[in-house]
Design a protein around this ligand. Structure first.
Ligand SMILES: [Zn+2]
Length: 452
């Protein structure tokens, strides 16, 4: 399929039975249940009613004058929030060809299922199985993000390998890999492994459960509006990103990539200026001597998504046009659905076509390997036949073969398959393939793909 616009951050609203139908029987009583609250709005009940959280964000398509901070009514939750076929239709209304899809309640839900490990791990696996099935309806258009357990690095790695092995294209973490709000040495086991994967690790706003300071208490309206604005400003993400840079994470793991999701982008140039200045003034006092400037690590390792950000777009060159990805936030109430095109036309009107393509399509296409997914799903059965032989390659110009025995290169494998498929259909000639592939095809080390 041909992509024109890719949405790098959208959401589902979890269907009412996602946990009740999937967690082991013994845990069901305490697993999250969807409930209708006395005011007719929808909420999630945790741990047998000990806590209730309103579904506050499912209001795409509801006119702004009708939206409420008390959350959504059942009628306001669009079926496209949880039904993949309805979703594809609503993407068409908005003229968006593919979406990267995060959870809503489960985004930070790993702090709220219950206190015990078994419940946390079971709920995470249940969600991940559901979103995998959701995405499987159209893998080249629906990029569902699995979530991570917050019960320690061991559990995290087990779940991470499970989803990576079945070809999911990301894994959103809501805390440091140890499950807490502060980094620990044991996190290294995860960082070392994730940097070898094809995809970046996304951190969505709300990472670490950080809530912007706001006036709540007796002034809930004020608290709501201030917190929402500060979230839009990306404030919750400043601390973890500064920590990651200052603790030398990217020095230690030079291939690690992080996507800051729904953080906006306008803050980035100023943030980098401050980090650099602070580092130069305080490196001796802090005892932290990075080899390069903080802004250099940021520019190489961090991507960010925005919904609407005219200031960020004006300053796109100070951020890096290759690092910015547009998003809808559908079906949350930050979204311009189904009028995204109108907003894009206005906000990107002065941006050259080549840069526009990167922001609206190419950066996400590359990050999530959607070109490979589209090619390998273009023909029935194309995925079933693996090329004979052990070799899989990085075909993106790094020139390196995948580590022998690595299980974590699904994108590389898919890309190779799609090239071999094109060769078999005579859509490309042998001489158009990378030199190493040509060599291995000629020597018989690699077999050309033969459609069934
Ligand atoms: Zn989001």
């Amino acid at each position: 399929m041909e992509y024109r616009i890719i949405d790098a951050d959208s959401h589902i609203n979890e269907p009412g039975d996602v946990w009740q139908s999937r967690v082991p029987q013994a845990l069901r009583d305490r697993a999250p249940k969807m409930v209708t609250l006395p005011d007719g709005r929808v909420g999630w009940s945790f741990d047998n009613g000990k806590r209730v959280k309103r579904v506050g964000t499912a209001q795409s398509g509801v006119h702004v004058t009708q939206s409420s901070r008390s959350g959504a009514t059942p009628a306001q939750i669009r079926p496209a929030s949880y039904d993949p076929r309805a979703r594809l239709k609503e993407m068409e209304y908005d003229m968006v060809q593919a979406q990267v899809i995060y959870p809503s309640m489960a985004l930070n839900g790993l702090y709220s299922y219950a206190d015990d490990r078994d419940m946390q791990v079971a709920c995470v696996a249940a969600y991940n199985d559901w979103i995998h099935e959701f995405s499987s309806v159209s893998p080249e258009r629906l990029v569902g993000m699995p979530i991570a357990p917050a019960t320690g690095v061991e559990d995290l790695l087990l779940e991470w390998r499970r989803v990576a092995n079945r070809g999911d294209r990301g894994f959103v973490i809501a805390s440091y890999p140890n499950g807490g709000r502060y980094p620990l040495p044991e996190d290294d086991r995860f960082w070392a492994e994730v940097q070898e994967w094809d995809y970046a690790a996304p951190i969505h706003f709300g990472f670490l459960g950080d809530k912007p300071a706001s006036a709540a208490g007796d002034l809930p309206d004020l608290g709501y509006l201030t917190a929402a604005a500060l979230n839009d400003l990306g404030v919750g993400i400043y601390r973890p990103i500064a920590d990651m840079i200052h603790m030398g994470l990217f020095e230690k793991y030079p291939k690690l990539r992080i996507v800051a999701v729904e953080t906006g982008i306008g803050w980035i140039p100023y943030f980098l200026q401050v980090l650099d200045n602070s580092f130069l003034r305080r490196r001796w006092a802090s005892g932290i001597h990075l080899k390069r400037m903080p802004s250099e690590y940021f520019r190489e390792h961090i991507w960010a998504t925005f919904i609407t950000d005219a200031h960020g777009l004006d300053n796109r060159h100070a951020i890096g046009v290759d690092r910015i990805m547009w998003s809808t936030d559908y079906p949350h109430n930050n979204s311009n659905w189904p009028d995204s095109q109108r907003f894009l036309e206005y906000e990107l009107k002065n941006i050259p076509a080549e840069e526009k393509r990167k922001i609206l399509r190419d950066n996400a296409l590359k990050m999530y390997r959607l070109d490979a997914a589209a090619a390998s799903n273009a023909k029935e059965g194309a995925d079933e036949k693996k090329p004979k032989g052990e070799s899989i390659y990085c075909l993106d110009g790094c020139g390196q073969k995948t580590r022998p025995g690595s299980k974590f290169k699904p994108g590389h494998d898919a890309r190779l398959k799609s090239m071999l498929l094109k060769l078999s259909r005579e859509q490309v000639k042998l001489k158009d393939l990378p030199a190493q592939v040509q060599k291995d095809l000629k020597s018989g080390k690699l077999n050309a793909y033969k459609p069934a």
